[in-house]
Design a protein around this ligand. Structure first.
Ligand SMILES: [Zn+2]
Length: 254
């Protein structure tokens, strides 16, 4: 029993799962800053954003329609507020990497909630996220998959698409592993750590991610000795199992 649990694969699984979580935490401020500058680029008063969020919902399909005109497969937004709300919608769609897909997720928030303007950046970010995050109002309430997927679906993050793509692949391997091990070799694991750190060291992120980078480096170096499992080892295991539990819970909804 003990032999199986503390195999190299399991140790890698723990470390990589924790690093994934740290990578998500390390990008949070960068995502917030980027989304806030997107909102600034709307150049509208908060009241327009508030009303816009009330109107754009899954149930309100007469407001947002997918146009299938020849060579013009795109979304349109029906609103009398031409210059401001229309313009805001166009900017959001311009940044959407899947703007010409009819499968966009408009069920991104709960329109009955009056969000604080401080939360608008997060609500707008959810337009680029997968389903089942509508109740969240902060990044720590969503699975890392939602954040990395958001990076991939928003053109404001085009310079980290390659990293986000790799990290999602690793994340899926880790979370879908039934035996809590990764069926990869050591070099692939090292590559995953490298991709996470590379993402966190990008010019536009690095100012707000140094804590996460240091934590990932510490996780990477942590030693697990079968003969002497430390308190720190145990805590790392429990945290990794919790992350997997949350991920499965998220995927059951999806
Ligand atoms: Zn308006």
């Amino acid at each position: 029993m003990t032999e199986r649990i503390y195999s190299d694969g399991f140790v890698y699984w723990i470390k990589c799962t924790l690093a994934l979580q740290k990578t998500k935490e390390g990008t949070a401020q960068y995502v917030e800053n980027t989304m806030k500058s997107l909102i600034e680029s709307f150049d509208v008063e908060e009241e327009h954003i508030r009303r816009f969020l009330k109107k754009v919902t899954e149930e309100n399909k007469q407001r947002i329609t997918f146009k299938k005109g020849r060579g013009n497969k795109t979304w349109t937004f029906k609103s009398k507020c031409k210059s401001k709300c229309q313009n805001m919608f166009r900017i959001i769609m311009d940044k959407h990497a899947r703007k010409s897909s009819n499968k966009l997720n408009w069920d991104f928030h709960d329109p009955s909630v009056d969000y604080s303007p401080d939360d608008y950046w997060w609500i707008i970010a959810k337009i680029y996220m997968p389903d089942h995050n509508e109740e969240s109002i902060r990044p720590d309430q969503v699975d890392p998959l939602s954040i990395f997927s958001m990076l991939l679906h928003c053109e404001l993050f085009v310079d980290v698409w390659d990293n986000a793509d790799k990290i999602i692949q690793v994340r899926n391997k880790l979370m879908h592993s039934a035996t809590y091990t990764v069926t990869v070799d050591e070099s692939e694991m090292k590559d995953a750590f490298a991709k996470m750190k590379e993402l966190l060291k990008r010019d536009r992120i690095v100012d707000t991610s140094s804590k996460a980078v240091a934590e990932i480096e510490k996780i990477e170096q942590e030693r697990f000795f079968l003969s002497n499992i430390t308190e720190e080892n145990n805590e790392m295991m429990l945290r990794a199992l919790e992350i997997k539990h949350d991920a499965l819970e998220y995927e059951i909804k999806a």
